[in-house]
Design a protein around this ligand. Structure first.
Ligand code: G6P
Length: 592
């Protein structure tokens, strides 16, 4: 959702391009840099990927002050003119922006009346002109005045010809500062700067930053100096760790990651919630977006079997604007791989404002969500770069099940024998995941058969319905085949009308007790000419099947989703799609 970067230090052009490659997962519609060279701002941009940007940057371009941007278009089409950085009319300010300036039309109108000519349709360009308007003799004062004019969510890095500094302003969009021997970094992603920085600070909302050769200063919007806490940067994996598609690499890591998620949970102190708090709960909301929401949907479905508290999955953007009772007896588990999804963060803020207990489940230490929530637990999935989330889903599921089981244990609705059985089932997961992955040749063959389907429907009952939702999301995200998920019993209440030749139905059934039910659905579908592939620990006569390893029902979804992830991957590859960077999407959606 746009990646921004800035560096003050030698070799900043190369570093910025390298950073933009890392940040490409946040948007890949266009990219650009602005380098300060001999007191002038030199801007290079291009539509498309970083490789194209690199081809337009002179190889000998050298600067010790560069800002850069990767774009996921919100305001204005994907075009050269709408690519960042934007410069003020007098070429004295260059800005890169992640977020949305909600009052940009009003600002644009005022500036236009004063004669400013705009060259793009973006909200971001406005910021460069507002800076020019406020500049008298002191850049910091102009930046603070600009910050006070902006409404919305934004992290903005600013370069200027008026002095040798970099500046930034931040409200509601992520921004971190990294310090290293080579220089100072400003960036929207903590993992990105952690590859070079030894110390990192996660910048709070409504902060202005000035980076000079003498160091970094932080200010509030009244211009008062504020102190910032730095912590040791944690090195993370880099994109060079793979030579193929990230998605396939990430799926193949699932067994190992499942080994780490449970040990990580206990090493961090387990649930991390006092018994009194668990006892006062009346309801639990599982809040997230996309794949993260689906993991909450699934964990809620499983945990209802042992919980006496209402567990309600809610899509984050629905929670923000809907009416969901929230009070001191409400626990909101906010699930986010990146920890930066704007909808999830806004939901966390609303829960906290209404007196509920916020609990983050995330893959990213020091992400914005961690700072918004009272309790935090990590999923130990390791860096995930493919836009379509895979291993994070499996690890989210396990973490959520451990959390919900621990709460039920504290409340006395899950006895120690059942709790132990669940833990034993979790321990067996890595091996089952390995067996599921071993079937990939067959899954690939089936993917070749479904790639030309006019539509694909995923069906399942209870826990398998949420697995169907995740399978369907994977397929549509990366193959662009139309797909939908339905509770299997609902098929006959409408969707059966769509069954015909050319349609494929993926029928998921992890519960052998429901075999007859799924067999009935299969007959209804095949009788109408559509094709069925079952995903179950058994086969059904007359249709293709992917055989799942036997698992306890409480954890079956962690494994059942693996063939669906592979099916989506191979179908997308067969259609020649860019599986890691599907059209129109971004991995981290930091605007509402
Ligand atoms: C985007 C991504 C999805 C992801 C969702 C939530 O839409 O494309 O793959 O599931 O955001 O992301 P989060 O980082 O909050 O888990």
């Amino acid at each position: 959702m746009c990646g921004i970067f800035g560096m003050l230090g030698g070799g900043s052009v190369g570093r910025t391009v390298e950073a933009l490659r890392y940040l490409e997962y946040r948007g890949y519609d266009s990219a650009g840099i602005a380098a300060s060279v001999n007191g002038k701002l030199r801007v290079y941009k291009s539509v498309g990927r970083i490789d194209r940007l690199q081809s337009v940057i002179p190889p000998d371009l050298d600067s010790d002050r560069t800002i850069g941007h990767t774009r996921w278009a919100t305001h204005g089409a994907v075009s050269y003119d709408n690519a960042h950085p934007f410069v003020s009319s007098d070429n004295s300010f260059a800005v890169v922006h992640n977020g949305i300036i909600e009052n940009y039309l009003a600002l644009k109108k005022q500036l236009s009346l004063r004669g400013t000519v705009f060259t793009s349709q973006t909200d971001s360009e406005t910021v460069a002109h507002v800076l020019q308007h406020h500049y008298k003799t002191d850049v910091l004062q102009a930046v603070i005045a600009t910050a006070n004019c902006l409404a919305g969510a934004y992290a903005i890095v600013i370069s200027t010809t008026h002095d040798g500094n970099l500046y930034a302003i931040k409200d509601k969009s992520p921004l971190v500062v990294g310090l290293s021997d080579d220089g100072v970094y400003l960036c929207s992603d903590v993992r990105c700067v952690s590859r070079w920085a030894s110390k990192v600070a996660v910048v709070p909302d409504k902060t202005v930053i000035a980076v000079s050769a003498n160091g970094v200063e932080f200010y509030d919007y009244d211009g008062k100096r504020v102190t910032m806490q730095y912590f040791d940067a944690e090195r993370s994996e880099t994109e060079t760790d793979t030579c193929g598609d990230f998605m396939l690499k990430e799926i193949s890591e699932i067994p190992d990651r499942l080994r780490q998620v449970t040990s990580g949970y206990y090493a961090d102190g387990g649930l991390g919630m006092p018994r009194e708090l668990a006892l006062q709960l009346r309801r639990i909301y599982m809040i997230g977006c996309g794949t993260a929401y689906n993991s909450g949907l699934h964990a809620a479905s499983v945990a209802r079997a042992f919980s006496d508290v209402d567990i309600i999955p809610v899509i984050a953007s629905e929670y923000i604007y809907g009416h969901y009772p929230t009070d001191a007896g409400t626990l909101a588990i906010l699930i986010s791989q990146s920890g930066e999804t704007a909808d999830t963060i806004r939901a966390a803020e609303k829960v906290a404002a209404q007196g509920g207990i916020t609990y983050a489940v995330t893959n990213t230490k020091s992400s914005s969500l961690c700072f918004k929530c009272r309790c935090v637990n990590y999923i130990y999935a390791g860096g995930e770069f493919a836009v379509a989330s895979t291993k994070a889903y499996n690890c989210q599921l396990v973490t959520l099940l451990l959390i919900l089981a621990d709460i039920a244990r504290l409340r006395g609705t899950l006895d120690s024998a059942r709790h132990q059985r669940l833990l034993d089932s979790v321990k067996a997961l890595p091996e089952s995941a390995e067996r599921a992955l071993a079937d990939s040749a067959r899954i690939k063959r089936l993917a070749l058969q479904i790639k030309d389907s006019s539509a694909v429907f995923y069906i399942g009952r209870v826990n398998d319905y949420s697995t169907a939702c995740e399978g369907s999301l994977k397929l549509k995200e990366i193959s662009y085949i139309h797909s939908e998920a339905y509770p299997a019993g609902e098929l006959k209440h409408g969707t059966l009308a769509l069954m015909e030749r050319g349609v494929t139905v993926i029928a998921i059934c992890t519960e052998p007790a429901l075999k007859q039910k799924i067999a009935a659905s299969v007959s209804e579908i095949t009788a109408r000419g559509a094709r069925v592939i079952t995903v179950a620990p058994f086969t059904i006569d007359g249709c293709d099947g992917i055989i799942l390893p036997q698992c306890d029902a409480s954890v079956g979804g962690v494994i059942a989703v693996i063939p669906l992830q592979l099916l989506a991957y191979y179908a997308a590859k067969a259609l020649n799609r860019d599986v890691d960077k599907p059209r129109n999407l971004a991995k981290s959606v930091t605007v509402e």
